[in-house]
Design a protein around this ligand. Structure first.
Ligand code: PLP
Length: 391
């Protein structure tokens, strides 16, 4: 067999995609599986956004665009930052990429030298540590627990910083915990980050609009002095149910954005021209679609959290936003014969109950499960019934 690079041997395939494909496999064998593993809204992309894509196609917008995005989309992003976040950027501070995933990937490759450390609070989005490893950086994971609302403290961040620390990653509202930091909590973290002017910050605001408890704020809102070394990462995937269109974007200091653009110019070039036209319509157009989806997620959230708390050995805190619940399963794991940890519990629930959940250890927080409630209420009720029987 072929000799593979050390780089690729150090990383693992995305575990959320893995559980989704395992569920699809069982389904293909004729098993009735309810998939609560996927990280995407179940709604169709709103019609006015699809119409804009069709119009772009008809108008012949089918060629390469500027690597960093069309001027129309960059201006829509600049207007969005001003409108929603009170943040001002110039065009050369914006890079549009093929999904939020590529935004972070570009950032890691542009910033990190071998051995540079990246502080990542757990539970984390599964892709951060592996993307850091691809860039030959070193993920430094901070633990959290249900007791701390799955948030890390400023002291934890201070204690984790070394001479090699290059980047601190924040994600609020969080995939998978659903928890969001308040602006006051961020300001406390901001004080610690102010002590280290050489450290860069990434705030992943992908779930900004899927928030029902509290008001959205990021670290730059809390501590404006950090703006010239913070990268704000966002995208249209979750807010507008546009995961398949692959549009994400980054805003930050022009020199690093230019370096990220150079990397993108030698990998994917521009994101798809049609998708950029659709994303422009999403950001500039009416925002009611976002609110409608938010209401549906909140209703499902309330049902799921209450129902999970009634399951034996399961405890679940309410989420502040996102479409995830992150229940603790430790009691259920201990009570189930032949099941020793969350990974085995996920396998058990997939085979015994036909319900696909992602084990918390995939996110760096064992003993828990991530349940995505981006599916119909009927599916959720059915899934809870099955979990209840299996436990
Ligand atoms: N950031 C977070 C926290 C996410 O959960 C995701 C998707 O799962 C992304 C970024 C990337 O989204 P995409 O690449 O689909 O735009």
């Amino acid at each position: 067999s072929a000799q593979l690079s050390n780089r690729v041997q150090q990383i693992k395939p995305s575990p959320t995609l893995a559980i989704t494909s395992k569920a699809a496999e069982l389904r293909a064998e004729g098993k009735d599986i309810i998939g609560l593993g996927a990280g995407e809204p179940d709604f169709d992309t709103p019609k006015h956004i699809k119409d804009a894509a069709v119009a772009a196609l008809d108008a012949g917008q089918t060629k390469y665009t500027a690597v960093d995005g069309t001027p129309e989309l960059k201006d829509a992003i600049i207007a969005k930052f001003k409108r929603d976040n009170g943040l001002e950027y110039e065009r050369n501070q914006i890079l549009v990429s093929c999904g939020g995933k590529q935004s972070f990937f570009n950032l890691a490759l542009a910033l990190l030298n071998p051995g540079d450390e990246v502080i990542i609070p757990a539970p984390y989005w599964v892709s951060y540590p592996d993307m850091v490893k691809i860039a030959e950086g070193k993920p430094v994971i901070l633990e959290s627990s249900a007791e701390s609302q799955f948030k890390v403290t400023p002291e934890q961040i201070r204690n984790a910083m070394t001479d090699r620390t290059r980047l601190v990653v924040l994600n609020s509202p969080s995939n998978p915990s659903g928890k969001a930091y308040s602006i006051e909590e961020l300001a406390e973290i901001g004080k610690v980050l102010e002590e280290r002017p050489d450290v860069m910050i990434a705030t992943d605001d992908m779930y900004e609009h899927i928030l029902w408890n509290g008001t959205f704020a990021n670290i730059v809102n809390a501590t404006p002095s950090l703006k010239d070394r913070t990268f704000v990462l966002n995208g249209v995937s979750k807010a507008y149910s546009m995961t398949g269109w692959r549009i994400g974007y980054a805003a930050g200091p022009a020199d690093v954005i230019a370096a990220m653009k150079k990397i993108q110019s030698q990998s994917t070039s521009n994101p798809a021209s049609i998708s950029q036209a659709a994303a422009t319509a999403a950001l500039n157009g009416p925002q009611e679609c976002v609110t409608e989806m938010l209401h549906a997620f909140k209703e499902r959230h309330d049902y799921v959290v209450e129902a999970l708390n009634k399951l034996p050995g399961v405890t679940c805190q309410p989420s502040d936003g996102t479409f995830y619940a992150f229940p603790g399963f430790q009691g259920a794991i201990e009570a189930t014969e032949g099941v020793n940890d969350d990974v085995e519990m996920a396998e058990h629930l997939l085979s015994e109950a036909g319900v696909a959940l992602v084990p918390g250890s995939a996110f760096g927080t064992p003993g828990h499960m991530r349940l995505s409630f981006a599916t119909s209420m009927d599916n959720l009720k059915n899934a809870i019934d099955r979990l209840s029987k299996a436990l």
